[in-house]
Design a binder for this molecule. Structure first.
Ligand SMILES: [Zn+2]
Length: 303
């Protein structure tokens, strides 16, 4: 089934970026996604320490603008420990934008940055600049691509983006997310969320686009959805993630979970959620294969 005879698989996918309303409730970070503050950097290292204590690796999405910061020791430490990094564009672009202004607030405020390029050309340039930054400053290659934000339609409606990612050498992407609760519905009954979440996990098992690009979707409930959208507390969030793990285990699934360090440092400062999730998964009968997205892609076979 899975390596080491495991019954199911878990991928842990932090997006290393700042997030609106985290860690400070009134902060807007959309134009500064790569400007990691000290608490968020520290939290990335805490996630690394928890992962290391179980001998597992994270799949970290990196924003190219993070490398404008002279202090990237936290990222160097991640890479040295064997965690894998993926490309998350340079400024955190909307890869479905049809106008320069809707690519990102940075371009809305300074549309001349496009300098005659189309949105798709800007996306390609940002992908390449991020690959270059990761290569030059960390000495590793970005494996895979994660769309900033995720889409309920994945990349199905943008074949040109599927093609772009394949042309840029990526074999896997993470972009397709189904919300288990309607937006604006604060604190919904958890059993409703759990039922919807399990149905979504069924639907989001890894699949390929027509050109062979593998989708490894973020599943269950993101921390942003749990804390910002639904206003759950962290033990409610843990309960939902345990249910997701139970469901993945029962069905021998792959389960990919997305986290955001600024949200987690605000709501789970001691990293109890990640610790609990990893331990719970590993203690399941038959065990869990905790893998990075490239390891999952390799396991599922080349396109
Ligand atoms: Zn992001």
């Amino acid at each position: 089934m899975y390596p080491n005879g495991a019954e199911f698989c878990l991928s842990l996918r932090p997006a290393v970026e700042m997030c609106t309303n985290f860690p400070y409730w009134t902060s807007q970070w959309n134009h500064l996604k790569g400007a990691l503050d000290a608490d968020s950097k520290q939290y990335v290292l805490k996630m690394h320490e928890v992962a290391r204590s179980y001998g597992v690796h994270l799949y970290c999405l990196l924003v190219g603008s993070s490398f404008e910061d002279p202090d990237i020791d936290y990222l160097k430490e991640l890479v040295a420990a064997g965690h894998e990094v993926g490309n998350h564009t340079y400024t955190h672009l909307n890869v479905k934008a049809e106008t320069v202004e809707s690519l990102q607030v940075v371009y809305a405020g300074a549309p001349w940055l496009a300098n005659g390029r189309t949105p798709l050309q800007i996306i390609r340039d940002e992908v390449r600049a991020t690959n270059a930054a990761i290569r030059e400053r960390l000495g590793v290659t970005a494996t895979g691509f994660g769309t900033p934000g995720a889409f309920s339609t994945g990349l199905h409606d943008v074949p040109e983006v599927q093609a772009l990612l394949e042309e840029e050498g990526f074999t896997h992407v993470t972009s397709h997310y189904l919300s288990p609760a309607s937006r604006g519905a604060k604190r919904p009954p958890l059993d409703h969320v759990e039922a919807a979440m399990c149905k979504n996990i069924d639907q989001l098992q890894p699949y390929r686009y027509p050109n062979g690009l593998l989708e490894i979707a973020p599943m269950a409930l993101t921390d942003i959805a749990a804390f910002r959208v639904l206003d759950l507390d962290r033990w409610e969030y843990v309960r939902l993630l345990k249910t997701a793990i139970d469901h993945a285990h029962a069905n021998r699934y792959i389960l990919s979970l997305a986290f955001h360090p600024p949200a987690m440092t605000a709501r789970d400062p001691h990293c109890d959620v990640l610790d609990t999730v990893i331990r719970y998964a590993l203690e399941k009968p038959g065990g869990c294969w905790i893998a990075t997205n490239s390891e999952i892609a390799a396991h599922l076979g080349a396109a």
